[in-house]
Design a protein around this ligand. Structure first.
Ligand code: ACM
Length: 755
């Protein structure tokens, strides 16, 4: 008996391997059985289509045209079923909306679904059974397309599978949005949450309030550069139509009562102070919020949502509700009066009142509300759906209270966060959500009561754009993590395997290459310093987040598939330039890391007499980067006897501050130097060069070899604006720690500074 059981287990394992070897479908289907046959799409294949609606025709046409364009094979669409060599749809009314079955044998491909939504998904799966060359935008030489025999039964694990894109911090064009919808639909994402209003820009045309876009859609950045953009109603309708063709519902978000600076710049009479303000060029928590004591506020939202509901047919409208600064309300006589009239004791109740008023407006238009988890802090209607972003806590609480929940915890699935070592990846806001973390996130936390688990309807990856200045960097953050989330939400948990997902991702990379998408490839990680120095020798160890092959050179050329393969830690005893990159199985290389590795001696210390403290001089004005530092116009050097670093800077008063002096080290050694200011020189050498980049999170690290004693430094702090937002976010100091000290780096202490 035991023997028989073991044999069956081996069979199962083997057959799983067989699938793994043969199929590259993402998201992985619910059930997939190989059939011992194969079908061939060739010049004689037909697609049987009789008595179908226009949407069905469109789906079939989309498939047929794609095959023709990439392979030259024209599939005939016909009402009559031939004897063999055809694709046929069988509509079955008892199936689920998104469910489909796909059977491929030697004679035919049969698709079964309730309607067009399931059909569309069956077509996505079918395309992934075909050679990836069908995704080519140009004609490739393909004479036949073999489809492996298979029987697939498939439906999603979660009904809400979303991606959010923030069009406010950095505007995204309609073409960019459509390009993402094309990709996301292939992997069965079915919600696009469009973040349309925020402190830094109002992006949705509202005819009754034209200033929302002509004033609220235009931002004058601190560098004097104007950044603007908005969507006309026709454009938004076009996106809704385009998304619907791909079975994606567009959920618009109109933020209230906070994240409202752009709206209130356009209509200050709706704010508490009623004073003119500017659209913000700083991100974060803002003080100006809508005034709940003014009935005009709710008339405004009635008008705005009337137009929004006319454009967006989504059952749900997102009303934001996060990060509401209550200061203005607390200090307002009118708000206090309203609270006392309504028997409210706290500003949180006032927040709840605001949300409830807006909910009742939206229910007049037959819509339901989604809000960020802060809305739970007030008293909200049972019909409100909560989107849990501050971790899982809000989602757990909401589900246990009986609300529908969409999980979007920032610490697991926010897509604006780093996906590799923050010290070497392109600048992001903060955080660390690798592909594996996104893939393995379980949207149903264990603390949700058993009878409430069904209320977790899905999850969403949020792509905030504070640091996604360009389309390229936005796509770098989105992919492939959005696709990991797509599988996470579609695939039955027992069918999920990160290793197998990574294997199947190869096809996705090729699809994205055809589209010119700048997706993330894991970088070789380990050494975090831009430069490595040593006195005797040094050994460097590299890894990457996806076990990819790594290749390197020592002759200054960029690594390629033919370069040396990294197999074990690299030992250096003479000066070299290391260039190292990871390589995907497709042969595509990651960006190259170039690390100068320098044999050196300990720099000799300064011997002269010194006094505690440092010197500072300052120039007022906006300096784009270190290349625009002025030659004259500085204050005379001021002595700061006890230097205390500061973190707060006035972003509206750009300036350049230059600090000079000596710092003391207690022993000979190789030191790690970290600095979040624009430039740091040590003993006259430029050690940290943050020229023209945003400075935060101790990303830029280098090394110096120093003898015990005093060493000269010069620190340049340029309080300027880059990419629209303030560039300085960290203390005006620097860190010097022994390289072999594995503890958390500490800033140079005041008692180690002299001039
Ligand atoms: C959010 O990230 N503030 C919802």
């Amino acid at each position: 008996m035991i023997k028989k059981y073991c044999f069956m287990m081996i069979m199962l394992v083997n057959s799983f391997n067989l699938f793994a070897q043969n199929f590259n479908i993402i998201p992985y289907p619910k059930s997939i059985e190989p059939v011992d046959a194969s079908f061939e799409i060739n010049k004689k294949t037909s697609f049987v289509m009789s008595k179908v609606d226009d949407n069905t025709k469109q789906i079939i046409k989309g498939f047929v045209n794609k095959i023709a364009k990439s392979t030259g094979i024209h599939i005939e669409v016909t009402p009559n079923k031939p004897k063999a060599n055809y694709i046929v749809i069988d509509f079955n009314p008892i199936m689920g909306e998104e469910e489909y079955r796909l059977k491929v044998d030697a004679e035919r491909i049969t698709i079964e679904s309730k309607g067009n939504h399931g059909l569309f998904y069956a077509m996505q799966t079918l395309q992934q059974l075909l050679p990836v060359s069908i995704e080519s935008p140009i004609l490739e030489n393909v004479s036949n397309l073999k489809v492996p025999g298979v029987s697939i039964v498939d439906e999603p694990n979660f009904s809400y599978r979303g991606i959010m894109i923030d069009a406010c911090r950095n505007f995204k064009s309609i073409d960019f949005i459509k390009r993402q919808l094309d990709i996301l639909a292939m992997y069965k994402i079915n919600r696009f949450h469009w973040h349309l209003t925020d402190d830094q820009g109002w992006r949705a045309e509202i005819k009754k309030y034209p200033l929302l876009t002509t004033v609220g859609g235009v931002r004058k950045n601190g560098d004097g550069i104007t950044s603007s953009g908005f969507y006309t109603q026709d454009e938004m309708r076009e996106v809704v139509r385009y998304a619907a063709e791909r079975f994606i519902t567009v959920v618009p978000e109109i933020e209230l009562p906070g994240h409202a600076t752009a709206a209130l710049a356009a209509y200050p009479e709706l704010s508490v102070l009623k004073k003119p303000i500017d659209v913000s060029y700083v991100w974060g928590n803002h003080i100006e919020v809508f005034d709940p004591s003014n009935e005009k506020t709710f008339e405004f939202f009635t008008d705005v949502f009337k137009e929004i509901c006319d454009i967006f047919p989504s059952e749900y409208i997102h009303i934001g509700g996060d990060e509401v600064n209550k200061t203005r309300w607390i200090n307002s006589e009118n708000c206090k009066r309203l609270m006392s009239e309504k028997g409210m004791n706290t500003p949180l109740e006032l927040h709840g009142y605001f949300v409830k008023r807006v909910e009742s407006i939206l229910s007049q238009f037959g819509r339901k509300v989604i809000g960020w988890d802060e809305i739970l802090e007030g008293d909200v209607n049972q019909t409100t759906t909560v989107m849990s972003w501050r971790g899982e806590k809000g989602g757990i609480e909401a589900a246990n209270l009986g609300h529908e929940v969409i999980m979007a915890p920032s610490n697991y699935i926010y897509l604006d966060r780093y996906q590799g070592d923050p010290t070497i990846e392109p600048m992001a806001l903060h955080g660390y959500n690798t592909l594996q973390r996104v893939y393995e996130y379980n949207p149903i936390p264990k603390d949700v009561a058993e009878d409430k688990k069904h209320l977790i309807i899905g999850a969403q990856g949020n792509m905030w754009t504070e640091y996604a200045f360009t389309d390229e960097i936005t796509e770098y953050r989105l992919y492939p993590r959005a696709i990991a989330l797509a599988e996470n939400l579609w695939t039955t948990p027992k069918n999920k395997s990160f290793d197998d997902f990574v294997r199947r991702l190869d096809r996705v990379h090729q699809v994205l290459d055809y589209r010119g998408v700048n997706y993330h490839i894991p970088l070789p990680e380990g050494p975090q310093h831009k430069k490595v120095v040593f006195v005797d020798d040094v050994t460097l160890t590299f890894t990457n987040t996806r076990k990819l092959k790594m290749l390197f050179t020592l002759d200054g050329t960029d690594p390629s598939a033919k370069s040396m393969v990294y197999k074990e830690p690299l030992k250096f005893s003479e000066t070299k330039t290391l260039k190292i990159a990871s390589m995907l199985p497709t042969g595509k290389m990651s960006p190259v890391r170039t690390i100068p590795i320098e044999k050196t001696k300990y720099a000799l210390p300064f011997e002269g007499p010194v006094t505690p403290g440092i010197q500072m001089e300052k120039a007022l004005g906006f300096f784009r980067d270190s290349t625009s530092y002025p030659k004259t116009g500085y204050t005379s050097k001021k002595i700061i006897p006890e230097f205390t670093p500061r973190k707060e800077f006035n972003w509206r008063m750009p300036s350049l501050e230059i600090y000079e002096g000596y710092f003391a080290v207690e022993e000979d050694g190789v030191y790690s130097v970290i600095c979040d200011q624009e430039l740091l020189y040590i003993n006259g050498q430029l050690v940290i060069d943050n020229n023209g980049v945003i400075r935060r999170a101790l990303r830029n690290r280098s090394q110096v070899a120093l003898a015990k004693g005093l060493h000269k430094f010069k620190l340049c702090m340029n309080n300027n604006v880059i990419g629209g937002f303030p560039a300085v976010w960290s203390e005006n100091t620097f860190y010097v720690n022994k390289v072999d000290d594995k503890g958390k780096p500490t800033a140079i202490a005041s008692d180690k500074l002299f001039h």
